[in-house]
Design a protein around this ligand. Structure first.
Ligand code: ADP
Ligand code: ZN
Length: 729
């Protein structure tokens, strides 16, 4: 290949991958005078567009070179590292998403490839204006320390108008200098003194440090109860990687990316890590992306998409809360960030640590089978003890009519409040009521575009669809029968529980915490700070409060509906319910005062409730594993979800039937469906589902290609393929 390029009579050519839904790179001519290497960021013409792309390798050839379009320019940025390019290839091969779509995940930082911005700042010169006013004098004094400042900063510090500063610039007393506009990345300091680790923590930390020192791929499960100090332990591995001059990525589920975590990092390493998540401004994204590419950002704490940052010196990945479903990306390129992080570590030949108090069955099986090493932390750090967990049998101890809290739970709440402690009620349902119906005619309020009931949000006075965002005001009369005041709210959401709590404890300070009333990181911060400062007595919250937070005064957790997650029959329902409730329970009693957890359930004998009450997680997971092994479900078999969707219901059904006819025969593979998806209508599109079940060692990607590759789909139909699905809706 290389010799072909050099002996070619015309200019050389290269293959450039562009961030569009295209499976392969396109060939481009390299204009004379330009030298390109794999990984270089370039601008190329495509149709009428100019796109940023990445040189993927030598041109595939087979085209008339003279007809090739030419690369327009090479951008000034460190080339995309080889490991990231191989990672993109790998993910595309695994998920069957077009390579260009995967690339898009890696260059989704607008502006990052433009030359770094400069800002104009001003420094004092020796010249002084002829006319010196008191205001001018203040500016001169402020600038007298020799530091350069912008006009805005100078005016602000000196307490004068911008005009006064501009006058001094015109008079020559201040001279302009160009400064980088972006804040630099402070270097985390590995050798500050951290906490003194307890013996079991120190032992686990030593193993992790040794694995970092080995400098090759390995996967370790850090399996420790909530509050056992897993974070402190893996910080030691982070420190070791930093000492060895490597970059580190800490992946957290978006929801756990809290101020608290960043504060702890700063406490250990003396500065903030770089952050990567959906709340960053475009400008901050560009800054972090560039900082990672130039290896100035040494540690990134980020949500799943941080996996696609252009690290060139990455030497360790930590996946905290590795069991979290939030690591699964459902839209666009469907990938599981935990699994892909393992692939990234393997391609980069460095260690990865998966941390959790409730590891996923997939990871536990990998540990049991020896592919991952397992480290355990069995006890909470210091005097804190594990909370006691009890089930309240709602059949025996039911709430009063129209209420949701059993007398038993109310008594315990009273006790906690009297002791000056905090109580938390957990219900994983936003809004006031999940269903509204008419008492007279039975009409139910359903989303016009989705198969879902509208959820009443009383604070906002509207009915909302949680799938598509459709909203409507709450009517006073039933739209079906016209009856006034006949609408009833069925079932509780957090807002309704808050209403009940207010009636029961009129003196208590109550905080409702759900994504509806906490918009943006600042609101989160304020809410959690108020809880820590004991400005709140009772917290009513959705899963936002379940995870990662440390509330020293919280001693009682009441789970309003422990059965909620078991309703949908997907294969991980029990596992996930266990994980979620165990995480919620872990919020109680994290400091000196012991915690109690009460689970309101109509199924106290369900394996999940028993495991929670007895604390016997391993037996529960063993049974789950056996049950899945018997029917060849993941991780003992493989699944692929296929959704066929179209606005035209008939077209969707016809296409699905045609696809069903063309399923190839293959050993150890069965294709179920098509069947209407549980969300049979979503955003106005009719949806049908197939489920592909295959043996552990079947190459499902090859099967899918053999099946779908030859099928020509009508353009109005969307078929999405989800390898290893987590959602079956
Ligand atoms: P986990 O991540 O396992 O839930 P954390 O790392 O959050 O546990 O630790 C729980 C609490 O105990 C935190 O407040 C942490 O600062 C504290 N802690 C853990 N280990 C130590 C230690 N060795 N010395 C002092 N405090 C510790
Ligand atoms: Zn909807």
């Amino acid at each position: 290949m290389a010799s072909e390029i050099s002996t070619s009579p015309v200019a050389a050519s290269v293959a450039v991958l562009v961030p569009l839904a295209l499976p392969e790179p396109y060939d481009y001519a390299v204009p004379a005078g330009l030298t390109l290497s794999p990984g270089d960021y370039v601008v190329v013409p495509l149709g009428a567009q100019q796109l940023i792309g990445v040189v993927w390798g030598p041109a595939a050839g087979g085209f008339d070179r003279k007809k090739l379009k030419a690369v327009a320019e090479r951008l000034d940025a460190p080339p995309m590292p080889e490991a990231l390019r191989r990672f993109i290839d790998w993910i595309s091969g695994y998920t069957l998403a077009p390579r260009g779509s995967v690339l898009r995940l890696a260059i989704r930082a607008p502006g990052a490839l433009e030359p770094p911005r400069l800002r104009i700042a001003y420094r004092l010169t020796d010249a002084r204006p002829a006319r010196m006013t008191p205001a001018r004098l203040r500016v001169v004094e402020t600038a007298g320390d020799g530091f350069a400042r912008t006009i805005r900063e100078l005016a602000g510090e000196a307490g004068v108008s911008d005009g006064v500063v501009r006058g001094l610039v015109e008079a020559g007393a201040l001279a302009a200098v160009e400064m980088p506009a972006e804040a630099p990345f402070p270097a985390p300091e590995p050798d500050t003194v951290g906490m003194v680790l307890a013996p079991d923590q120190a032992e686990a930390a030593a193993v992790l440090v040794a694995r970092v020192a080995e400098d090759r791929f390995s996967a370790t499960l850090l399996d420790g109860v909530t509050g056992s100090g897993k974070t402190e332990v893996y910080f030691e591995a982070v420190a070791e990687a930093l000492r060895r001059g490597r970059q580190v990525l800490i992946l957290l589920p978006e929801i756990a990316l809290t101020q608290q975590f960043l504060d702890r990092f700063e406490g250990r390493f003396g500065c903030r890590p770089a952050e990567w998540h959906s709340d960053l401004s475009t400008r901050e994204r560009a800054r972090v992306w560039r900082g990672v590419a130039e290896a100035r950002a040494r540690v990134v704490v980020g949500a799943r998409s941080a996996l696609f940052l252009p690290f060139s010196e990455l030497g360790l990945i930590i996946v905290d809360e590795e069991h979290e479903a939030a690591f699964k990306q459902e839209d666009g390129v469907p990938y599981h960030a935990r699994d892909m992080a393992v692939v990234r570590a393997s391609l980069g030949a460095f260690p990865i640590v998966l941390s959790s108090a409730t590891p996923s069955l997939e990871t536990v099986v990998n540990a049991d089978q020896g592919r991952y090493r397992r480290l355990r932390l069995e006890a909470r750090h210091g005097v804190a003890e594990m909370p006691s967990i009890e089930a309240i049998d709602m059949r025996r101890d039911p709430p009063e009519r129209g209420r949701w809290l059993s007398p038993r739970l109310v008594i315990e709440m009273t006790r906690a409040l009297e002791a000056g402690e905090q109580a938390m009620l957990f219900l994983n349902r936003r809004g006031y009521a999940p269903l509204t119906l008419c008492r007279t005619c039975g009409h139910r309020f359903e989303c016009p575009q989705c198969s879902s009931w509208l959820v009443e949000h009383r604070f906002r006075r509207e009915l909302a669809c949680h799938h598509c965002g459709y909203t409507a005001p709450v009517p006073t009369a039933c739209p079906a029968c016209g009856e006034e005041d006949a609408l009833v709210a069925c079932g509780p959401g957090v807002e309704r529980i808050a209403e009940e709590v207010t009636a029961l404890f009129p003196q208590a300070r109550i905080a409702v915490i759900s994504s509806d009333n906490l918009r943006g990181p600042a609101a989160h911060r304020a809410a959690f700070a108020a809880i820590e400062a004991r400005e709140v007595d009772i917290i009513v919250g959705t899963q936002i409060v379940a995870k990662g937070h440390h509330f020293p005064w919280l001693t009682l957790v009441g789970v309003v509906d422990a059965d909620l997650g078991l309703e949908n029959g997907d294969l991980r329902a029990a596992e996930r319910t266990f994980q979620l409730l165990q995480q919620v329970a872990g919020r109680a009693g994290r400091a000196e005062r012991p915690g109690r957890v009460l689970l309101q359930t109509y199924m106290p004998d369900h394996s999940v409730m028993r495991a929670l009450v007895s604390g016997d997680r391993d037996t529960f997971l063993d049974r789950e594993a056996q049950a899945r092994a018997r029917v060849h479900l993941p991780p003992f078999g493989r699944l692929v979800g296929v959704v066929v969707a179209a606005a035209d219901a008939d077209l969707a059904r016809r296409t699905a039937r045609e696809m069903a006819r063309r399923v190839p025969k293959a050993e150890e593979v069965s294709v179920l469906g098509p069947a209407p998806a549980p969300m049979a209508l979503l955003r106005g599109r009719t949806r049908l589902r197939f489920l592909v079940k295959a043996g552990r060692n079947v190459n499902v990607q090859a099967f899918m290609q053999a099946w779908l590759g030859p099928i020509k789909l009508p353009t109005a139909v969307r078929v999405s393929v989800d390898i290893d699905p987590y959602s079956f809706m």
